[in-house]
Design a protein around this ligand. Structure first.
Ligand SMILES: [Zn+2]
Length: 183
């Protein structure tokens, strides 16, 4: 999934899931701040890639991580250009879950963005190597090409759902009503 779509889908999912994750609704400015944190969390796993949205800005982190994972851009004999290694693994995910178990809403927002990114990558044919350094790849039974039409459609559906939710419309009830009426 492209970096921009990671950010968009994570933020839209956060708007839909936030009432279930937080004890109380954040005030408007806090809500905006949390949304920015979710966006940052959604960019974090690709910090292992020097050409990613975040990796471009922190090369002192992304280049050593690429070296560690055998990225072809740095090591010519390596097989992959973006191995989705340790930052896409259960070790990083474990850190997120540990953060989620805390009380800080900022930590919850950051971990949410991170997990949303891993799910987004698992929806692409390349999948994620959750057990890094083992090369076993995990992917969804249904996948779509990175940057392809389905990826943008998926992002648009989530954004539409988030906007409907923001407008006070019960998204699940509306979807259920639609299927009952048309199928
Ligand atoms: Zn990724």
């Amino acid at each position: 999934m492209l970096g921009r779509n990671h950010v968009v889908t994570a933020c839209a999912s956060w708007l839909l899931a936030e009432p279930y994750l937080l004890n109380q609704s954040p005030k408007p400015l806090e809500a905006l701040f949390l949304l920015l944190v979710v966006g940052l969390g959604a960019m974090l796993p690709d910090i292992d890639h020097p050409d990613s949205l975040l990796g471009r800005r922190v090369k002192f982190i992304s280049v050593p991580l690429s070296l560690l994972q055998g990225d072809r851009r740095v090591l010519p004999w390596s097989e992959s250009t973006h191995s989705r290694g340790i930052t896409h693994s259960i070790w990083a995910l474990g850190g997120c879950i540990w953060l989620l178990s805390g009380q800080s809403t900022v930590a919850i927002a950051l971990a949410f963005g991170f997990v949303a990114h891993l799910i987004g990558d698992a929806l692409t044919p390349a999948g994620v190597r959750l057990l890094w350094p083992l090369t076993v790849t995990f992917r969804s039974p249904v996948t779509f090409r990175t940057g392809g039409f389905i990826e943008y459609l998926f992002s648009m559906i989530l954004v539409t759902g988030a906007v409907m939710h923001w407008l006070g419309i019960d998204v699940l009830q509306e979807v259920e009503g639609f299927f009952v009426a048309h199928i």
